[in-house]
Design a protein around this ligand. Structure first.
Ligand SMILES: Nc1ncnc2c1ncn2[C@@H]1O[C@H](COP(=O)(O)OP(=O)(O)O)[C@@H](O)[C@H]1O
Ligand SMILES: N[C@@H](CCC(=O)OP(=O)(O)O)C(=O)O
Length: 272
């Protein structure tokens, strides 16, 4: 297996990890405790190695549906927001329990697009995150679904958690963004629909041709699908950043990524 030996990949000081709903919730709607537990173990281990770790976690709606024993996402935005409000509290409860096993303190941060538009809000967020990291705490970030509806109604292209994770990476100047989903990486077509689809190992530039290969989510709990991940990756490439998209079924894959193993899809510009 080819080794990828960029320092930003194998020895980043600051890492943002984004987990999608598909990593946290089984397709049957139940909570994937094995995955959440392994995530807590891996992130704590990275923290113990001296790295600074930020988690951007979806799952409020998925966990809320489970908690309220609903088997599908409600139609109306206020109902979705109510479910997210229930789920976010429960999600943090689960994270806190699992991280406590490894004696790792976490903190909840809920953000809205204010952080892009208002410099003072942005500075407050940066200051809080910097302080948490200096204290050795892992921030767990989600969008504030009660306030921000952009990602829930699917009508605007602004504001899903893939995008949020790139914004967080930029604000914190993280060297590496690892995006965990339910698929091994970015393929030439949705592999769940086209068995001939080939995994892209390295993407240096995102053009319209690649954008066309990225389809929607197949999962009732996921929102953005591959096109939102690709738009996020484009943003990362635009600021000369590095991103790896990999399968979160086994969060220990993060260790493999940091060893330079060729797993998932690496998004990294040619000359960087
Ligand atoms: N070209 C593609 N390569 C990989 N996955 C794709 C592609 N096009 C569409 N998909 C779909 O995108 C899904 C991942 O997006 P999503 O369900 O939103 O995940 P998450 O909850 O992790 O954000 C995959 O399970 C797959 O069905
Ligand atoms: N704030 C929402 C995020 C939804 C979302 O972006 O989901 P995903 O496509 O799984 O990353 C939630 O926590 O459910």
């Amino acid at each position: 297996m080819e080794k990828i030996m960029y320092k930003e990949i194998t020895d980043p000081k600051r890492i943002v990890i984004k987990v999608g709903t598909t990593t946290l919730i089984y397709p049957n709607g139940n909570i994937n405790l094995a995955s959440i537990d392994e995530l807590a173990f891996v992130l704590t281990d990275l923290q113990n190695r001296g790295k600074e770790v930020i988690l951007v976690s979806s799952g409020a709606i998925g966990v809320g549906l489970n908690q309220l024993q609903l088997n599908q996402r409600p139609f109306s935005i206020p109902q979705q927001q109510a479910v997210a409000a229930v789920g976010q509290a429960e999600l943090m409860d689960i994270y806190n329990q699992r991280f406590q096993v490894y004696s790792q303190q976490t903190a909840q941060i809920l953000l809205t697009r204010d952080i892009i538009e208002f410099p003072e809000s942005r500075n407050n967020v940066i200051n809080t995150l910097e302080e948490l990291l200096a204290m050795g705490i892992i921030p767990i970030i989600n969008e504030n679904d009660t306030v921000a509806v952009d990602e829930l109604d699917h009508l605007t292209k602004f504001g899903d958690n893939d995008r949020l994770s790139t914004i967080v990476s930029e604000l914190t100047r993280a060297e590496l963004l690892i995006m965990l989903s339910d698929i091994d990486g970015f393929y030439s077509d949705n592999p769940l629909k086209n068995k001939q689809a080939k995994l892209h190992r390295r993407i240096t530039k995102i053009d319209d041709e690649l954008m066309k290969q990225a389809g929607a989510s197949n999962n009732q709990f996921g929102t953005g699908g591959m096109s939102s991940k690709l738009k996020a990756a484009k943003r990362v490439l635009d600021v000369n950043g590095s991103m790896v998209l990999a399968n979160g079924k086994r969060p220990k894959i993060i260790f493999d990524i940091l060893k330079g193993a060729e797993v998932g899809t690496l998004f990294k510009g040619e000359s960087f």
